[in-house]
Design a protein around this ligand. Structure first.
Ligand SMILES: [Zn+2]
Ligand SMILES: [Zn+2]
Length: 159
C-alpha cells in the first residue's frame, strides 16, 4: 500500500479508462520511462489518504486524474496556465509515476479533478483523457449550446 508524500494523495481506484497512449508504457516508447511502471491515466476513485501540506482535499472525496498528472508551476507554460504542456516537470500518470491500473495509486494534489456525485466512476474515468480532449475541442471551437457539430473518428476519442 503506497503512502502519499507531501503534496500528494492516495486514491482508491474505482475505474480506469483504457487509452491508446497506454501503449507507450507497454512498448517502452516514451523517452526515459523507467520500469516497473503501472499504466493508466483515465483514473476515477476516492481519496483514501492525504499527504502533508495538501490544502483543499480530504479523505472520501471523489476525484479523477488524467493525462495531466502534475506540473512545475513556474515554467513559461505553467505561468500561462497551460499546465498540460509544462516544460519542466510534466507528470503523466502511468509514465512518470504509477497510474490507475491498480487498486491504489498516489497522485499530486495539483493533478486532481473533483468528480460530481451524479457521475459514476465508470463514466468519469474516460473523461479524464479522451473526454477532456474532445470537450476542449468543442469548448474552443466557438460552437454554442444547440449548435450542430460533426464528430469524426468514432471508435476512439470520438466516442
Ligand atoms: Zn489518454
Ligand atoms: Zn511547468
Amino acid at each position: 500500500m503506497p503512502e502519499p508524500a507531501a503534496g500528494s494523495v492516495r486514491i482508491k481506484v474505482e475505474a480506469c479508462g483504457i487509452c491508446y497512449s497506454d501503449s507507450v508504457t507497454k512498448e517502452g516508447t516514451w523517452p526515459g520511462i523507467q520500469y516497473p511502471r503501472v499504466p493508466g491515466h483515465e483514473i476515477a476513485g476516492v481519496i483514501d489518504a492525504v499527504g502533508a501540506g495538501v490544502a483543499g482535499w480530504k479523505d472520501g472525496q471523489r476525484v479523477g486524474v488524467g493525462w495531466h498528472g502534475g506540473h512545475c508551476g513556474y515554467c513559461d507554460s505553467c505561468r500561462r496556465g497551460d499546465f498540460v504542456t509544462c516544460q519542466v516537470a510534466a507528470q503523466i500518470p502511468g509514465i512518470a509515476y504509477d497510474g490507475g491500473y491498480a487498486e491504489y495509486m498516489i497522485a499530486p494534489a495539483g493533478a486532481l479533478a473533483l468528480i460530481p456525485e451524479g457521475l459514476s466512476a465508470v463514466e468519469a474515468g474516460p473523461l479524464m483523457c479522451a473526454g477532456v480532449t474532445t470537450f476542449n475541442s468543442l469548448r474552443n471551437s466557438g460552437a454554442r449550446a444547440g449548435d450542430l457539430v460533426a464528430i469524426l473518428g468514432v471508435g476512439g476519442i470520438g466516442h
